[in-house]
Design a protein. Structure first.
Length: 94
């Protein structure tokens, strides 16, 4: 029997350069994953491959700013079986 995995919906409220909305993105990640692990998964598979160091994530109005925080703590007290919506915010510099 496989271990439970977090079900994540990533929503990007920004528009592309063409003025189009970015479609919602779904993924699953290990129950033992950290915020940093999720950011690396986003870098590898999210459209545009944003740099993991530049990704900012918000969950229920709270910035997930501690990369070493495990998702089990960050997403508590909700269950593995629910879909968790996170918002990705571009980290513009310069």
């Amino acid at each position: 029997m496989s271990k439970p995995r977090w079900k994540i919906l990533l929503r990007n409220m920004c528009l592309t350069r063409e003025g189009k909305s970015v479609p919602d993105w779904y993924c699953e990640i290990s129950q033992a994953a950290s915020v940093a692990d999720l950011k690396v998964l986003i870098q590898m598979t999210y459209p545009g491959n944003p740099d993991a160091r530049m990704v900012r994530l918000v969950y229920l109005g709270k910035m997930l700013s501690q990369d070493n925080e495990v998702l089990c703590s960050a997403l508590s007290p909700r269950s593995f079986h629910e879909l968790h919506t996170l918002h990705i915010i571009p980290n513009y510099t310069g």
